[in-house]
Design a protein around this ligand. Sequence first.
Ligand SMILES: *Cc1c(COP(=O)(O)O)cnc(C)c1O
Length: 235
Amino acid sequence: MQSIRENVAAIEAKIAAAAKRAGRNPEDILLLAVSKTKPVEMIQEAVDCGLTALGENKVQEIMEKFEPMGKGVHWHLIGHLQTNKVKYIIDKVDMIHSVESLRLAQEIDKRAAAAKVIMDILVEVNIAGEESKFGVRPEDTEVFLRELSKFDNIHVRGLMTVAPFVNNPEENRVYFRKMRELLVDMNAKKIDNISMDVLSMGMTGDYEVAIEEGATIVRVGTGIFGERYYPTKGE
Ligand SMILES: *Cc1c(COP(=O)(O)O)cnc(C)c1O
Protein backbone atom coordinates (compact mmCIF):
# COMPACT_ATOMS: atom_id res chain seq x y z
CA MET A 1 0.00 0.00 0.00
CA GLN A 2 1.22 3.50 -0.79
CA SER A 3 1.76 6.11 1.88
CA ILE A 4 -0.48 9.15 2.12
CA ARG A 5 2.48 11.24 0.96
CA GLU A 6 2.87 9.12 -2.18
CA ASN A 7 -0.86 9.24 -2.84
CA VAL A 8 -0.95 13.03 -2.53
CA ALA A 9 2.05 13.44 -4.85
CA ALA A 10 0.47 11.16 -7.46
CA ILE A 11 -2.88 12.98 -7.30
CA GLU A 12 -1.24 16.40 -7.52
CA ALA A 13 0.65 15.27 -10.61
CA LYS A 14 -2.60 14.05 -12.19
CA ILE A 15 -4.34 17.31 -11.32
CA ALA A 16 -1.52 19.26 -12.94
CA ALA A 17 -1.65 17.09 -16.06
CA ALA A 18 -5.45 17.36 -16.35
CA ALA A 19 -5.24 21.13 -15.91
CA LYS A 20 -2.58 21.34 -18.60
CA ARG A 21 -4.70 19.30 -21.03
CA ALA A 22 -7.50 21.79 -20.50
CA GLY A 23 -5.22 24.83 -20.78
CA ARG A 24 -5.84 25.69 -17.15
CA ASN A 25 -3.57 26.76 -14.29
CA PRO A 26 -3.26 23.93 -11.70
CA GLU A 27 -3.15 26.59 -8.99
CA ASP A 28 -6.78 27.40 -9.74
CA ILE A 29 -7.81 23.95 -8.53
CA LEU A 30 -8.19 23.13 -4.84
CA LEU A 31 -7.60 19.55 -3.79
CA LEU A 32 -10.01 19.09 -0.89
CA ALA A 33 -8.92 16.14 1.26
CA VAL A 34 -12.08 14.26 2.23
CA SER A 35 -11.19 12.91 5.65
CA LYS A 36 -14.49 11.32 6.70
CA THR A 37 -14.11 8.23 8.89
CA LYS A 38 -10.32 8.78 9.06
CA PRO A 39 -8.50 9.46 12.35
CA VAL A 40 -6.65 12.69 13.09
CA GLU A 41 -3.25 10.97 12.80
CA MET A 42 -3.90 10.17 9.15
CA ILE A 43 -5.41 13.57 8.48
CA GLN A 44 -2.32 15.21 9.95
CA GLU A 45 -0.18 13.34 7.41
CA ALA A 46 -2.20 14.91 4.59
CA VAL A 47 -1.93 18.33 6.23
CA ASP A 48 1.84 17.85 6.44
CA CYS A 49 1.79 17.37 2.66
CA GLY A 50 0.19 20.80 2.33
CA LEU A 51 -3.46 19.76 2.13
CA THR A 52 -4.99 22.13 4.64
CA ALA A 53 -8.52 22.10 3.22
CA LEU A 54 -10.46 19.20 4.69
CA GLY A 55 -13.90 17.89 3.72
CA GLU A 56 -16.30 16.07 6.01
CA ASN A 57 -19.87 14.99 5.35
CA LYS A 58 -20.99 14.72 8.98
CA VAL A 59 -21.33 17.51 11.52
CA GLN A 60 -20.40 15.12 14.30
CA GLU A 61 -17.03 14.33 12.73
CA ILE A 62 -16.12 18.00 12.31
CA MET A 63 -16.99 18.55 15.97
CA GLU A 64 -14.73 15.70 17.06
CA LYS A 65 -11.78 16.62 14.86
CA PHE A 66 -11.96 20.40 15.12
CA GLU A 67 -9.95 20.87 18.32
CA PRO A 68 -7.36 18.12 17.70
CA MET A 69 -6.56 19.39 14.19
CA GLY A 70 -6.06 22.93 15.44
CA LYS A 71 -6.10 26.27 13.66
CA GLY A 72 -4.01 25.59 10.55
CA VAL A 73 -6.77 23.79 8.65
CA HIS A 74 -9.94 24.78 6.82
CA TRP A 75 -13.04 22.62 7.15
CA HIS A 76 -15.61 22.22 4.39
CA LEU A 77 -18.98 20.59 5.03
CA ILE A 78 -19.71 18.57 1.90
CA GLY A 79 -22.57 16.27 2.94
CA HIS A 80 -26.26 16.72 3.56
CA LEU A 81 -26.79 19.16 6.42
CA GLN A 82 -29.74 19.02 8.78
CA THR A 83 -31.14 22.39 9.78
CA ASN A 84 -30.91 21.64 13.51
CA LYS A 85 -27.16 21.01 13.24
CA VAL A 86 -26.12 24.26 11.54
CA LYS A 87 -25.47 25.89 14.91
CA TYR A 88 -22.70 23.43 15.72
CA ILE A 89 -20.56 24.15 12.67
CA ILE A 90 -21.30 27.78 11.80
CA ASP A 91 -18.09 28.99 13.50
CA LYS A 92 -16.01 26.00 12.37
CA VAL A 93 -16.32 25.67 8.60
CA ASP A 94 -15.09 27.87 5.75
CA MET A 95 -17.63 26.65 3.25
CA ILE A 96 -20.84 24.62 3.07
CA HIS A 97 -21.05 22.78 -0.27
CA SER A 98 -24.46 21.21 0.12
CA VAL A 99 -27.15 23.91 0.28
CA GLU A 100 -30.29 22.85 -1.56
CA SER A 101 -33.27 24.15 0.40
CA LEU A 102 -34.51 27.56 1.42
CA ARG A 103 -35.14 26.35 4.95
CA LEU A 104 -31.50 25.35 5.33
CA ALA A 105 -30.31 28.63 3.82
CA GLN A 106 -32.52 30.58 6.24
CA GLU A 107 -31.02 28.75 9.18
CA ILE A 108 -27.45 29.27 7.93
CA ASP A 109 -28.16 32.98 7.46
CA LYS A 110 -29.62 33.29 10.95
CA ARG A 111 -26.77 31.43 12.65
CA ALA A 112 -24.15 33.26 10.60
CA ALA A 113 -25.61 36.61 11.66
CA ALA A 114 -25.49 35.56 15.31
CA ALA A 115 -21.88 34.40 14.93
CA LYS A 116 -21.03 37.59 12.99
CA VAL A 117 -19.72 35.75 9.95
CA ILE A 118 -20.64 35.65 6.28
CA MET A 119 -20.83 32.01 5.29
CA ASP A 120 -19.57 30.94 1.88
CA ILE A 121 -21.91 28.37 0.40
CA LEU A 122 -22.36 26.36 -2.78
CA VAL A 123 -25.67 25.28 -4.22
CA GLU A 124 -25.84 21.52 -4.66
CA VAL A 125 -27.27 20.52 -8.03
CA ASN A 126 -28.62 17.07 -8.85
CA ILE A 127 -27.25 17.25 -12.36
CA ALA A 128 -28.09 13.68 -13.40
CA GLY A 129 -31.56 13.73 -11.83
CA GLU A 130 -30.85 10.71 -9.64
CA GLU A 131 -33.64 9.75 -7.23
CA SER A 132 -31.18 8.96 -4.48
CA LYS A 133 -29.27 12.23 -4.64
CA PHE A 134 -29.74 15.56 -2.92
CA GLY A 135 -29.61 18.82 -4.82
CA VAL A 136 -31.82 21.21 -6.74
CA ARG A 137 -32.84 20.44 -10.30
CA PRO A 138 -30.75 22.32 -12.87
CA GLU A 139 -33.86 24.12 -14.13
CA ASP A 140 -34.67 25.34 -10.59
CA THR A 141 -31.21 26.75 -9.90
CA GLU A 142 -31.85 30.30 -11.05
CA VAL A 143 -35.00 30.75 -8.94
CA PHE A 144 -33.17 29.32 -5.94
CA LEU A 145 -30.19 31.64 -6.44
CA ARG A 146 -32.52 34.65 -6.61
CA GLU A 147 -33.98 33.62 -3.25
CA LEU A 148 -30.52 33.15 -1.75
CA SER A 149 -29.38 36.55 -2.95
CA LYS A 150 -31.63 38.16 -0.32
CA PHE A 151 -29.68 36.81 2.64
CA ASP A 152 -27.11 39.19 4.12
CA ASN A 153 -24.99 36.60 5.91
CA ILE A 154 -24.66 34.10 3.10
CA HIS A 155 -22.38 34.47 0.10
CA VAL A 156 -23.08 32.03 -2.71
CA ARG A 157 -19.74 31.25 -4.35
CA GLY A 158 -20.81 28.69 -6.94
CA LEU A 159 -22.18 25.21 -7.54
CA MET A 160 -21.49 21.67 -6.37
CA THR A 161 -22.54 18.25 -7.58
CA VAL A 162 -22.09 14.62 -6.63
CA ALA A 163 -21.96 12.86 -9.99
CA PRO A 164 -23.29 9.32 -10.48
CA PHE A 165 -21.21 6.38 -9.32
CA VAL A 166 -19.69 4.95 -12.51
CA ASN A 167 -16.89 2.58 -13.40
CA ASN A 168 -15.72 4.60 -16.37
CA PRO A 169 -15.21 8.28 -15.45
CA GLU A 170 -15.84 9.30 -19.07
CA GLU A 171 -19.51 8.55 -18.42
CA ASN A 172 -19.63 11.56 -16.12
CA ARG A 173 -18.05 13.98 -18.57
CA VAL A 174 -21.48 14.97 -19.90
CA TYR A 175 -22.64 15.87 -16.37
CA PHE A 176 -19.51 17.83 -15.53
CA ARG A 177 -19.92 19.73 -18.78
CA LYS A 178 -23.54 20.49 -17.94
CA MET A 179 -22.47 21.79 -14.53
CA ARG A 180 -19.95 24.13 -16.11
CA GLU A 181 -22.58 25.37 -18.59
CA LEU A 182 -24.99 25.97 -15.72
CA LEU A 183 -22.32 27.92 -13.82
CA VAL A 184 -21.63 30.11 -16.86
CA ASP A 185 -25.37 30.65 -17.45
CA MET A 186 -25.98 31.61 -13.83
CA ASN A 187 -22.98 33.90 -13.82
CA ALA A 188 -24.39 35.72 -16.84
CA LYS A 189 -27.59 36.52 -14.89
CA LYS A 190 -25.53 38.85 -12.68
CA ILE A 191 -27.67 38.25 -9.60
CA ASP A 192 -26.89 40.51 -6.63
CA ASN A 193 -24.67 38.95 -3.97
CA ILE A 194 -24.16 35.77 -6.03
CA SER A 195 -20.70 34.80 -7.30
CA MET A 196 -20.15 31.90 -9.66
CA ASP A 197 -16.42 31.30 -9.36
CA VAL A 198 -16.40 27.93 -7.59
CA LEU A 199 -17.32 24.60 -9.17
CA SER A 200 -17.02 21.69 -6.73
CA MET A 201 -17.13 18.39 -8.62
CA GLY A 202 -15.08 15.25 -9.11
CA MET A 203 -14.08 12.57 -6.59
CA THR A 204 -11.47 9.82 -6.52
CA GLY A 205 -12.88 8.03 -9.55
CA ASP A 206 -13.42 10.99 -11.84
CA TYR A 207 -11.58 14.12 -10.67
CA GLU A 208 -9.37 14.30 -13.78
CA VAL A 209 -12.37 14.44 -16.10
CA ALA A 210 -13.99 16.98 -13.76
CA ILE A 211 -10.91 19.21 -14.02
CA GLU A 212 -10.89 18.94 -17.80
CA GLU A 213 -14.48 20.19 -17.68
CA GLY A 214 -13.83 23.08 -15.31
CA ALA A 215 -13.85 21.93 -11.66
CA THR A 216 -12.19 24.39 -9.27
CA ILE A 217 -12.55 22.12 -6.21
CA VAL A 218 -12.11 18.36 -6.42
CA ARG A 219 -13.14 16.33 -3.36
CA VAL A 220 -10.87 13.33 -2.97
CA GLY A 221 -11.05 10.85 -0.08
CA THR A 222 -10.20 7.28 -1.03
CA GLY A 223 -7.41 8.31 -3.36
CA ILE A 224 -5.59 10.02 -0.50
CA PHE A 225 -6.48 7.96 2.57
CA GLY A 226 -7.40 4.57 1.11
CA GLU A 227 -10.70 2.71 1.42
CA ARG A 228 -13.13 3.65 4.14
CA TYR A 229 -14.35 1.03 6.57
CA TYR A 230 -17.79 1.46 8.00
CA PRO A 231 -18.63 -0.76 10.97
CA THR A 232 -21.41 -3.15 10.05
CA LYS A 233 -24.40 -3.61 12.32
CA GLY A 234 -23.74 -5.69 15.39
CA GLU A 235 -20.03 -5.04 15.44
C1 LIG B 1 -17.05 10.84 0.46
C2 LIG B 1 -17.28 11.99 -0.44
C3 LIG B 1 -16.31 12.37 -1.40
C4 LIG B 1 -15.02 11.62 -1.61
O1 LIG B 1 -15.25 10.37 -2.19
P1 LIG B 1 -14.03 9.45 -2.68
O2 LIG B 1 -14.62 8.60 -3.74
O3 LIG B 1 -13.57 8.67 -1.49
O4 LIG B 1 -12.96 10.33 -3.21
C5 LIG B 1 -16.58 13.49 -2.17
N1 LIG B 1 -17.72 14.19 -2.03
C6 LIG B 1 -18.68 13.87 -1.12
C7 LIG B 1 -19.91 14.70 -1.03
C8 LIG B 1 -18.49 12.76 -0.31
O5 LIG B 1 -19.44 12.44 0.58
